[in-house]
Design a protein around this ligand. Structure first.
Ligand SMILES: Nc1ncnc2c1ncn2[C@@H]1O[C@H](COP(=O)(O)OP(=O)(O)OP(=O)(O)O)[C@@H](O)[C@H]1O
Length: 376
């Protein structure tokens, strides 16, 4: 028997859901451990909500299996599952006060009054609304209403809490506050949360693991670090963080890295740890994160160096974002930490850019693009 941390809370095995001819979710297999905070991330229409709704029993898969708390729940509707869901529209009961909204699930179960009092009290404390029990729902702020919805969803201690973009209607500051708050609640409650978002920074801020989806497929399921540093393909690299993607042809490899040709120039790059070294002649995308591009004096120490000139410099507070056109005609984006006294470059200025092999990652094209022959 594995330890408590390793227990699987919810799992899908090759789950597929098709609407018409199109698979909204296409053979998705994933395991969420007990106590994990997992985000499903991807562009609009990639199948995040459909997958979440299948986890919650609001939709049923055409193929595949869903296991919840070690039990096969495929085909069992939402009311027969020990999971709960929160949507963007919180749907609090407007005619009930905060206490009764939260107590609802326990009243349905016909728990004794004294137990309801105690458990709702604990939930109010968990969401830091201890004094708000008798408040009308109409008198709550957006953030307070969110907390009530979370307390109401957790009161029956579901195996899994499923959250469908619950923060997307909030303004930016409140959204950031609620991200922290939701993480705190999840940690203190010790539950398994699965959170749908199309906002990559939200997923990065909150998650133990992220599932990146595209066109119904789960492209990568890994920790935020792994997804950022070792993206599965060029779609994931572009979707998470800012990166430069170039087409390359592999020439060979030596002790310093893999030799490729990129915009007519030889460069030294690398592949993700554990990936096979590609054969000479293979074509791959090259991803270089904007912050790994060195400029000016910093570039002179790099193994790969290119000459160009500054097209644009955008001041962004902590960073300055430069667009540099290299001599071969390509645009390179660089993000440089803004330090007082450090050199600044102006549009039109000649500049050298540089990067080291360990910061330049050879990646596969996403499957869909290979099929269609398109490039990102
Ligand atoms: N009930 C339905 N009937 C037909 N097609 C549907 C239905 N629900 C979803 N789809 C389609 O399935 C695909 C995936 O939709 P889904 O809502 O899961 O995506 P999503 O990633 O959650 O998108 P968004 O971020 O915009 O909510 C889309 O092409 C959508 O049009």
């Amino acid at each position: 028997m594995s330890s408590g941390q390793e227990t699987i809370s919810i799992e899908t095995r090759e789950v597929t859901k098709t609407y018409g001819k199109r698979a909204a979710v296409d053979q998705v297999t994933l395991q969420v451990k007990k106590g994990e905070f997992v985000s499903l991330l991807g562009p609009s229409g990639c199948g995040k909500t459909t997958l979440l709704r299948m986890l919650g029993g609001l939709e049923q898969p055409d193929q595949g299996t869903i296991m919840l708390g070690g039990r096969d729940v495929t085909g069992i509707p939402a009311y027969g599952r020990n999971s709960n869901m929160i949507f963007q529209q919180l749907a609090l009961f407007p005619h009930m006060d905060v206490f009764n909204n939260i107590a609802y699930g326990l009243k349905v179960k016909k728990l004794p009054k004294v137990d309801i009092q105690r458990q709702v009290g604990e939930m109010l404390d968990l969401v830091q609304l201890g004094d708000y029990g008798r408040r009308a729902v109409s008198e709550l702020s957006g953030g307070q209403a969110q907390r009530v919805a979370i307390a109401r969803a957790l009161i029956n201690r579901p195996e899994v809490l499923l959250l469908d973009e619950p923060l997307s209607a909030l303004d930016m500051q409140l959204r950031l506050d609620m991200q922290r708050e939701l993480k705190r609640i999840q940690r203190e409650f010790g539950g398994t949360f699965i959170f749908v978002t199309h906002d990559q920074s939200e997923a990065m801020n909150m998650s133990d693991r992220i599932g990146v989806m595209r066109a119904g497929k789960l492209l990568q399921y890994a920790t935020p670090d792994e997804i950022y540093e070792r993206p599965a393909d060029s779609f994931v690299a572009k979707f998470i963080g800012d990166t430069n993607i170039f087409e390359t042809e592999v020439l060979g490899h030596d002790v310093n890295g893999i030799r490729v040709e990129c915009f007519g120039k030889p460069l030294l790059v690398k592949v993700s740890d554990g990936n096979a070294v590609p054969k000479a002649g293979a074509r791959h995308s090259l991803s270089i994160r904007n912050e790994y591009i060195r400029l000016g004096e910093d570039a002179t120490h790099c193994l790969n160096k290119l000459d160009g000139h500054v097209i644009e410099a955008v001041y962004g507070g902590a960073n300055i974002r430069y667009s540099v056109q290299i001599a071969e005609g390509f645009l390179v984006q660089a993000s440089v930490l803004h330090q007082r006294g450090a050199s600044r470059y102006s549009p039109g200025e000649p500049i050298q850019i540089g990067f080291d092999p360990e910061d330049a990652l050879l990646l596969s094209e996403p499957i869909d693009d290979r099929v269609q022959g398109a490039r990102i």
